[in-house]
Design a protein around this ligand. Structure first.
Ligand SMILES: *Cc1c(COP(=O)(O)O)cnc(C)c1O
Length: 449
């Protein structure tokens, strides 16, 4: 009975998988505020050319540069685990596997895209990257990647997290980054938000506005996004490609795949390589798991909306709760985004991927059960996938079905002990985002279809 299923460094994938090649319909184009399609040129102020090419590519396989593979080898291929102890604790006939992305230096899947983004920017002569971060996982990942490729990194960290997660801040500084609590007075966007509400706790949407504004103004500076965009999901497909090879080694194939879904990058990363088989007729269910407090796929609407709070980004057709949605301060900071990847939104709209929302207390219960059976303390984001997997495994225990379940352990929770503490103290609550609040935010959507 194997516990860890490992690949050699030489077996690490050499190409990323582009799901666009297997989608039944071409992706919806991004639009400008007048409703015209945004060409690749418009993105050139803030992104390097190679990234823009990947953003619009329809090629099935895109080569991973050798320097990027060498950097990824610091922790990849990541292990696939068979969760024997969790299965036993649940008394389920289901087989549970998880891909452990917590083994990266930053503690999550996010360096999988931070590394290639830093690499392409460096190649094209850029000297500095700006970005936003919520819970701090993305800021850490880009700080690490900037350090590896010799780029300065400036991070706008959502103010509420800046206060809640001081050690993430310190980690970014350790990797040489410059970190601000957003909203700041350094940008027009930040000043505008502060004028309206001096007490603003910030949001990912606001921090994105600040980071994009600076990158757009400076020749030597570009912007890097940690989720949502096509190229980010592309870079994350290395997770699913490895998982597929690892399952092959033990002669298994998943019936269902679960991943937490914020902007969609780790869900796309683990699920898309299996979507290729699904498109070819294979029966595999791909389930995005989100919080009931930020129910983008399960309660949002499919419409064109901005990616940031101020409206500086192109409009993308996606499931959204409205770009001025203010998420409640739940503890899975990485899942508090108003929108979702356009690719995942389109596939969800076409019924090709599934979504489920899980309340906060159930996610912490699942996280604790996982830590007590498998030993690893999961990130609050990752506990969403664990909770949904546990629901299914319990269902299997009732029906006797020996399903094969795979979930992505997107990160560890070593910097989230305050959240676990509050859970143990009984201070956390379930929060159902009220329908009126969703409707209010949706009333401000730009109107295009
Ligand atoms: C950022 C993050 C997420 C959510 O982001 P996606 O782009 O949806 O993957 C999930 N888990 C962890 C640990 C994260 O850091």
């Amino acid at each position: 009975m194997k516990t860890k299923i490992l690949l050699k460094e030489s077996e690490m994938p050499t190409h990323w998988y582009n799901v666009v090649a297997d989608m039944p319909n071409p992706p919806t184009p991004p639009l400008d505020p007048e409703g015209n399609p945004v060409g690749p040129d418009a993105l050139a102020a803030i992104f390097p050319e190679e990234i823009i090419k990947q953003e619009v590519s329809a090629e099935r396989w895109i080569p991973i540069p050798e320097e990027v593979r060498e950097a990824l080898c610091l922790w990849r291929p990541s292990p696939l685990y068979r969760a024997h102890r969790l299965e036993k604790a649940l008394g389920t006939p289901a087989k549970i596997y998880y891909k452990n992305e917590a083994v990266s230096p930053a503690g999550s899947h996010k360096p999988n895209t931070a590394i290639p983004q830093a690499y392409y920017n460096k190649q094209e002569g850029i000297s500095k990257l700006t970005t936003e971060t919520g819970a701090g996982q993305w800021g850490c990942s880009l700080s690490l990647a900037g350090q590896m490729f010799g780029l300065d990194v400036e991070v706008f960290m959502v103010k509420v997290s800046y206060g809640q997660k001081p050690y993430r801040r310190t980690m970014m500084r350790t990797w040489g980054a410059n970190v601000h609590a957003s909203p700041t007075t350094l940008t027009e966007s930040g000043r505008k938000i502060l004028a309206e509400n001096p007490e603003s706790n910030g949001s990912l949407g606001i921090a994105i506005s600040e980071a994009v504004e600076i990158a757009a103004q400076r020749e030597d500076t570009n912007y890097a996004l940690g989720s949502v965009l096509n190229h980010v999901l592309l870079h994350q497909t290395i997770i699913g490609e490895e998982a597929k090879k690892q399952l092959e080694l033990v002669g298994d194939y998943p019936d269902m795949i679960f991943a937490p879904c914020g902007g969609g990058s780790n869900f796309g990363g683990v699920a898309f390589p299996f979507f290729a088989d699904k498109a070819a007729g294979k029966d595999v269910k791909l389930v995005a798991v989100e919080p009931t407090s930020c129910p983008t796929l399960t309660k949002g609407i499919y419409a064109y909306d901005y990616g940031d709070a101020i409206g500086l980004t192109p409009l993308m057709k996606m499931y959204t709760l409205g770009h001025d949605f203010m998420p409640p301060g739940i503890h899975a900071g990485g899942l508090r985004y108003h929108g979702d990847s356009a690719l995942i939104s389109q596939l969800y709209n076409e019924g090709l991927v599934d979504a489920v929302a899980v309340p906060q207390l159930e996610t912490f219960q699942a996280g604790v059960m996982f830590a007590q059976s498998e030993g690893i303390v999961p990130a609050p984001e990752s506990t969403h996938a664990i909770a949904a997997t546990i629901r299914e495994a319990k269902r299997c225990a009732e029906t006797g079905e020996p399903k094969t379940l795979l979930f992505n352990l997107s990160g560890h929770g070593h910097f989230d002990m305050t959240s676990y503490d509050r859970y143990f103290a009984g201070e956390l609550e379930d929060y159902e985002y009220p329908q009126e609040a969703i409707e209010q935010a949706l009333a401000h959507l730009p109107k295009f279809d």
